[in-house]
Design a protein around this ligand. Structure first.
Ligand SMILES: Cc1cc2nc3c(=O)[nH]c(=O)nc-3n(C[C@H](O)[C@H](O)[C@H](O)COP(=O)(O)OP(=O)(O)OC[C@H]3O[C@@H](n4cnc5c(N)ncnc54)[C@H](O)[C@@H]3O)c2cc1C
Length: 272
C-alpha cells in the first residue's frame, strides 16, 4: 500500500468495494487483499473485554458464543444485517472503514464504548470508534492504515444495550433509520450513564449528548423517555431519498429511541 499510493484500496470481503468499483464510485489500479493476514481474524477474550479481529465475518460475529454472552447487542445487529451470502463474506473491518452512514456495526459498537486499532508502518493508533468517522464514507484513517481490531470493553454491572432498526423489509435491506442505546443503572434504578447513537440520519454515527446528560440521575419514565426522544429527533439531520423522506426518518428516530432505551433498561435491570 505504501508503494501503490493513495488510489489503491484494501480488499476484505469485497461486498462493498466490488460494488463501488463496478459502479465507478472509486477507480483504482491496485486492490490489495488483506485475506491472508491471519492475525486480523478471530474473536477472543481480551484483558478487559473482547477483541474482534477486523477480518471477522458478519456471520462469525452473529454466531459467536463469546459475542452473544459479552455483547449481545452486537450479535443482534449482525444477525439483522444483509443476507446469509453477504454475512458470509462481509467483514467487521469493511463495515467500519466503509463509513456508510447506514452501516449497522458503528452505532452498536459506539454504545458499547468500543475502541479500534489502526496499524501502519508508522505504528499503531488507538481511538474510540466514534472518533473514527468524519462524514459519509470519510474517516480519519490514512490510506496506508489497516484497521486491525475492535476492542469491546467489559461493561460494568447493571449495564444494558439495545438496537432498534427500521428497514423496508426483513432481509437484505439497509436501515432507513436506527438507534443504538446503552444504559448503566444505579442500584436504585435511576440512570447512572446513558449513551444513544443515531444511524442513517446524518453523515456519520451521531451521539445525542443532550439526551445522555438529560437522562443522568433520572428514572426512565414517560416524561424522561419523551425528552430523550425529542432530543434525538432534534439531533438527527436526515436526508430524503428513495428509502424515506427526512420527515419520516425524523419521526422514526423518536420511536426507535424510545424502543432502544426501554429494551436497554430491561437488560440493565436483569430482565430477559
Ligand atoms: C446486498 C447487500 C446488503 C447489505 N446489507 C447491509 C446491511 O444490512 N447493513 C450494513 O451495515 N451493511 C450492509 N451491506 C454493506 C456491506 O456488505 C457491509 O458493510 C460489509 O460488512 C462490508 O465488509 P467487506 O469486508 O465486504 O468490505 P470490503 O468491500 O472488502 O471493503 C469496504 C471498504 O473498507 C476498506 N477496508 C476493509 N477492511 C479494511 C481494513 N481491515 N483496514 C482498512 N480498510 C479496510 C476497503 O478498502 C473498502 O474501502 C450490504 C451490502 C450488500 C451488497
Amino acid at each position: 500500500m505504501a508503494r501503490c499510493g493513495t488510489q489503491a484500496h484494501f480488499l476484505a470481503g469485497g461486498t462493498s468495494l466490488v460494488v463501488d468499483l463496478k459502479t465507478d464510485r472509486y477507480q483504482t489500479d491496485h486492490v490489495i487483499s488483506l485475506n491472508r493476514i491471519a492475525a486480523l481474524r478471530g474473536i477472543s477474550p481480551a484483558d478487559n473485554g473482547v477483541r474482534i479481529g477486523s477480518l471477522t465475518t458478519l456471520d462469525e460475529l452473529a454466531t459467536s458464543d463469546l459475542i452473544r454472552e459479552k455483547c449481545l447487542v452486537i450479535c443482534e445487529a449482525a444477525r439483522e444485517m444483509a443476507s446469509p451470502q453477504i454475512r458470509n463474506l462481509g467483514t467487521v473491518g469493511g463495515n467500519i472503514v466503509g463509513a456508510v452512514p447506514c452501516a449497522d456495526l458503528p452505532p452498536v459498537m459506539t454504545v458499547m464504548y468500543s475502541t479500534i486499532n489502526l496499524w501502519s508502518l508508522s505504528g499503531v493508533r488507538n481511538m474510540p470508534i466514534e472518533a473514527f468517522f468524519v462524514g459519509p464514507r470519510q474517516t480519519v484513517r490514512r490510506n496506508d492504515e489497516i484497521l486491525t481490531e475492535v476492542i469491546v470493553p467489559q461493561p460494568p454491572a447493571r449495564f444494558g444495550a439495545a438496537y432498534a432498526r427500521f428497514g423496508l423489509r426483513e432481509a437484505n435491506s439497509v436501515s432507513v433509520a436506527a438507534v443504538a442505546a446503552s444504559l448503566v443503572l444505579k442500584a436504585d434504578g435511576t440512570v447512572d450513564q446513558a449513551r444513544i447513537c443515531l444511524s442513517a440520519v446524518a453523515g456519520k454515527p451521531t451521539l445525542v449528548a443532550d439526551a445522555e446528560s438529560g437522562l443522568a440521575g433520572k428514572v426512565l419514565n414517560e416524561s424522561s423517555l419523551d425528552r430523550a426522544a425529542k432530543a434525538a429527533m432534534a439531533t438527527a439531520q436526515p436526508i430524503s431519498d428513495v428509502r424515506g423522506s427526512a420527515y419520516y426518518r425524523r419521526e422514526l428516530i423518536g420511536t426507535l429511541t424510545r424502543r432502544a432505551l426501554l429494551a436497554a433498561q430491561k437488560r440493565a435491570a436483569g430482565e430477559k
